[in-house]
Design a protein around this ligand. Sequence first.
Ligand SMILES: Cc1cc2nc3c(=O)[nH]c(=O)nc-3n(C[C@H](O)[C@H](O)[C@H](O)COP(=O)(O)OP(=O)(O)OC[C@H]3O[C@@H](n4cnc5c(N)ncnc54)[C@H](O)[C@@H]3O)c2cc1C
Length: 294
Amino acid sequence: MRIKPFEYHAASDLREAVQMLSEEGADARALAGGTDLVLAMKHKAVLPKKVVSLHRITEMAAINTEGDEIKIGALATHSELAAHLELQKVVPILCQAVSLIGSWQIRNSATIGGNLAHASPAADSAAPLLALDATLVTTSPSGDENIPLASFFSGPGATILHPGQIIKEIIILRPQGRSSGRYLKLMRKRAVDLSQAGVAFQAELDPAGEKLAKVAIGLGGMAPTPIRAPEAEGMLEGLSCAEALKKIPSVARAVVAATSPIDDIRASAAYRKLVAEAFFKQAAQEVLTSLTAG
Ligand SMILES: Cc1cc2nc3c(=O)[nH]c(=O)nc-3n(C[C@H](O)[C@H](O)[C@H](O)COP(=O)(O)OP(=O)(O)OC[C@H]3O[C@@H](n4cnc5c(N)ncnc54)[C@H](O)[C@@H]3O)c2cc1C
């Protein structure tokens, strides 16, 4: 499969990258790890006239966990995130999710910014980042803009980014109370595969360590975009872990009610719903039990 000829530039800084991208408009594409873009170009799903590589912009790969805002550069690879000790401690749900992406070769090249910008409904970083209330810092020739991840995806493979606007970093607020999270993903065994269904469950206790101050449920592969399940979350917030554990079956039904999965070659909608229900029950059980244990 031949790639159609294109102009290539390696931007030396952010300003140059967004300038080059905006000059060419929809005919230009940013290149990060290339694991999605190069395939799409080979399959002629996108035919950019200009490709602007971001790889020289080293500050876009930084991971900063000091302070209340955890800042993850869009060029951080899934391998770097999965192995980051402080992230494993503070937001283990994200490390679990990215460690399940592709193979180690893919994880060494593929970036978190590319995973979000590609906007697959099944992107494995999306459900946990939604559950962590992540915000994207984007930049374009008109300046920086903060976009809550919850309003970033506009459809399968589509986002609200406009030509010339790129994701610079991802911000997650450090959980204030004791917290725990779990991400479970359905994929074919012994295969490097996209998720058929992914469930992220994140919970945080109040300062007294008695009640659930925050509950967040992120779902991948269960709707045209990665989604949250706010009604199900509301059924658990304010409860003790013991009370919440008893409500898991009814909350699982509310989780499934929030979904609208498709039938496709990888799984039927009915199967995805069954899996989401079972994964939610398992993830919630594990998280609430670990918070109870202290
Ligand atoms: C064999 C294989 C297995 C895979 N398995 C999984 C899996 O299990 N789970 C999963 O979620 N994904 C999987 N993927 C998909 C892929 O690896 C990820 O989506 C990857 O994270 C994309 O990042 P990248 O750096 O390679 O992006 P690129 O391919 O460089 O770019 C992807 C898109 O995002 C845009 N882009 C890149 N960076 C930015 C930025 N900072 N700002 C704005 N736009 C940007 C590009 O212009 C392009 O349109 C797999 C891919 C392959 C080939």
